[in-house]
Design a protein around this ligand. Structure first.
Ligand SMILES: C[S@@+](CC[C@H](N)C(=O)[O-])C[C@H]1O[C@@H](n2cnc3c(N)ncnc32)[C@H](O)[C@@H]1O
Length: 266
């Protein structure tokens, strides 16, 4: 435990010294994109409503069936909704980045693997610019709560699928979609991540954006991330330590560690 903690601390220090804020990027086009995605404070009225839902979930002490899924987890059990809300959901700052990415890319089709209680899907759907979010969750009782949250906010542009990622993904891809934003936020192990990436890639456009969570969570995820970074279709990499963004768009190139300006102003 202590060894792992210090390893993480060292990784974070190495990241910090190598990281650049948007102003320090060599290319002005990329600098603007990073500013727009990372720094822009987006004022969408629906954010407060989503955060109200998050707060209610964090206080919800009802117990639901919970099938642990994903890397290093397995087994059927029961869990407090509040516990799931506190441990699984993308925080508001990350959701803001997801939303900003949808504003930049103006996508028709977003794919999310890992709905959980639906918070990140709500942010991905919030721009409501003709975007449809397709989100997949293997845990039925969790997905049912997400569905209620989508209905509560009247988000009819979210299509929810319940099932194992691999199986649902095959069904989605069989319909030949053009996927423009991908958020991989579940089952963080090397083979699974590379499997999803390679499958989805066959349905991407030249401008698709991949957002992949927990890229440095384990040695396996580090390897998966390195392989993604070196893939011939990936043209630009933004490593934000907790998650990574891989751009296929050839207008952008290079591999950068990125940090918000307020954490590293000079
Ligand atoms: C980190 S949570 C997603 C959080 C959500 N994106 C958010 O930020 O609001 C990951 C979810 O992926 C689901 N999951 C993990 N592995 C899965 C698999 N192989 N098939 C289906 N669902 C899976 C888990 O049940 C969990 O709810």
């Amino acid at each position: 435990m202590t060894g792992k903690f210090f390893r993480k601390l060292i990784d974070l220090a190495v990241f910090y010294f190598a990281a650049k804020n948007f102003k320090q990027l060599p290319d002005t086009g990329l600098s603007k994109l990073v500013y727009d995605i990372l720094e822009k404070k987006s004022g969408n009225l629906v954010f407060q409503q989503i955060e109200n839902i998050r707060n209610d979930l964090m206080k919800d002490n009802s117990v639901i069936d919970f099938n642990e899924m994903g890397a290093g987890k397995n087994g059927l059990g029961r869990k407090l909704v509040s516990e799931i809300a506190k441990s699984s959901l993308s925080p508001a700052w990350k959701c803001n980045i997801l939303y900003n990415t949808t504003i930049q890319a103006n996508p028709g089709f977003i794919l999310e693997l890992g709905t959980s209680l639906g918070i990140s899907a709500l942010y991905l759907a919030a721009s409501d610019n003709g975007t449809v979010v397709h989100t997949v969750e293997g845990n039925k009782s969790v997905a049912q709560i997400a569905e209620k949250n989508f209905q509560h906010l009247g988000m009819s542009n979210i299509i929810q699928y319940i099932g194992e990622f691999d199986e649902v993904l095959n069904n989605i891809l069989a319909k030949n979609p053009r996927i423009e934003i991908v958020y991989l936020d579940g089952n963080h192990n090397m083979d699974a991540t590379l499997g999803y990436f390679n499958k989805i890639l066959t349905h991407c456009t030249d401008e698709t954006i991949f957002i992949i969570d927990d890229i440095h969570w384990s040695a396996g995820m580090n390897s998966a991330w390195n392989e993604i970074c070196n893939h011939k279709r990936v043209s630009c990499i933004l490593d934000l330590f907790q998650f990574g963004i891989a751009l296929l768009d050839k207008r952008y190139s290079g591999h950068f560690k990125i940090i918000k300006k307020r954490y590293k102003p000079f």
